[in-house]
Design a protein around this ligand. Structure first.
Ligand code: FE2
Length: 422
């Protein structure tokens, strides 16, 4: 007897299987005959482990237009705008906006999010708010909080001290933003400092690294060195890495093996980087996405991150990781069938690996979290970005919707077409 049985779905690898759930765990996968208290018929639908977002800014989300819109569309104006907003936003407002976003996320089958939380202001209201949100959504949505010194570790008087305070308050991951420190030297020093902090506290490390069009921004080299020095390996992630787009090819041929050697992972954010980067270019205009396929060819785990939804940096967004993967697929030209399928894996399994999520997947013993999509295969899911028919989190059905089965019945259509539509 199962508590919940998901019948007849197609798994991402193409196998058709039933998934039996007891409590918050997957109890069995295969052809299952046992009874269940509740059954979800997923015949013909794709059943996937949940979507995972390893890079987001939940303290800023759903604030688009506050205090005004980003007129230049640049990263730097976004940072300046956020600097004003964080001084007037209350804890309650940030909690309310974040919870609203969490509802969107769950409805899209997005059940784990790593969010960077700005630790620059002495009041640390963003940290307080996000800790509260994390506590409230914990039964159905896993949040990891990154202590993120948005204005630089050293660029403000209390930047370093506030990052440490945020970690003491309960943030899970050490952040960083070396390209925003005053000089390349101070950027490099911040990386050495932050790697030590992560190693000493046994924490993960996720750095906004080289989010710039400057081909000479070389912080990822230093980051990889520090990851190797401290043996952080897959506990460390380089976010954005956009300068790599503009770097000299010879230099990249030296850099990529160093990144691979370190074991660190990479999180490009295609929706954001395609809109923020290249703003100082005329034509040709650079895409500002890091070298995704080249990193993957060397075995470096690369995920896709969402980064922003309706905030000072990005005026759109839906919490749909398929939108993120769809954009990434286009910008990185990952159009081979295997590459398209990999884009789906990037927003599920690879992102889960990057976040170090335990018990993730569709195997017996894993947490019973999954999403049923109105599509047949991962590639079709990318093409359609279809409805999420059911979302199960830790054994509980947390979101569902009716299948959209609109039919067209138009006079004068060829018989063959009409038969197919019927
Ligand atoms: Fe970011």
């Amino acid at each position: 007897m199962f508590d919940l049985l998901v019948k007849g779905g197609t798994l991402p690898d193409g196998t058709v299987a039933d998934i039996g759930i007891r409590g918050d765990r997957i109890a069995a996968v295969g052809k299952l005959e046992a009874e269940a208290a509740r059954v979800i018929d997923a015949t013909g639908d794709l059943v996937s482990p949940p979507f995972v977002d390893p890079h987001f800014h939940m303290d800023a989300t759903l604030s688009y237009g506050l205090p005004r819109v980003n007129a230049s569309g640049t990263l730097l104006e976004g940072i300046a705008l956020w600097g004003e907003l964080r001084e007037i936003a209350t804890v309650e407002e940030m909690v309310e906006r974040a919870l609203r976003y969490c509802d969107w996320a769950v409805s899209m089958g997005l059940l784990a999010i790593r969010t960077h939380v700005d630790t620059t202001p002495d009041h640390l209201r963003g940290v307080e708010a996000m800790l509260e949100v994390k506590r409230r959504v914990a039964p159905y949505l896993d949040l990891q909080l990154v202590a993120f010194p948005q204005d630089g570790l050293y660029r403000t008087k209390t930047g370093r001290q506030n990052l440490l305070r945020a970690l003491d308050m309960g943030c899970d991951v050490v952040g960083g933003i070396p390209h925003f420190e005053r000089t390349m030297e101070e950027g490099a020093e911040s990386l050495r400092d932050l790697a030590r902090i992560a190693a000493e506290r046994g924490l993960m490390w996720d750095v906004h690294c080289d989010e710039t069009d400057d081909p000479m921004s070389r912080h990822v080299e230093t980051m990889a060195r520090e990851v190797t020095r401290h043996g952080l390996g897959g506990r460390a992630a380089g976010s954005h890495l956009t300068s790599m787009h503009s770097m000299d090819n010879y230099y990249v041929s030296k850099l990529l093996p160093l990144i691979a050697e370190s074991g660190m992972t990479a999180i490009p954010n295609p929706l954001i980087n395609i809109t923020l980067q290249g703003r100082h270019d005329s034509y040709p205009k650079r895409r500002g996405l890091t070298r995704v396929k080249e990193m993957q060819a060397l075995g470096i785990p690369v995920g896709w991150g969402q980064d922003c939804v309706l905030d000072p940096w990005y005026s759109l967004g839906t919490a749909d990781m398929l939108d993120v993967a769809f954009m990434g697929l286009h910008v990185a030209q990952m159009t081979h069938p295997l590459e398209m399928a990999r884009c789906f894996t990037m927003v599920t399994e690879t992102n889960a690996q990057i976040m170090g999520l335990p018990d993730y997947g569709l195997h017996p013993g894993c947490l019973a979290s999954l999403v049923v999509l109105d599509a047949g295969t991962p590639v079709e899911a990318l093409r359609l970005r279809p409805d999420r028919l059911a979302v199960v989190s830790k054994g509980r059905l947390v979101a569902s919707r009716q299948r959209n089965d609109a039919r067209m019945r138009l006079a004068g259509r060829p018989e063959t077409l009409r038969r197919r539509l019927n």
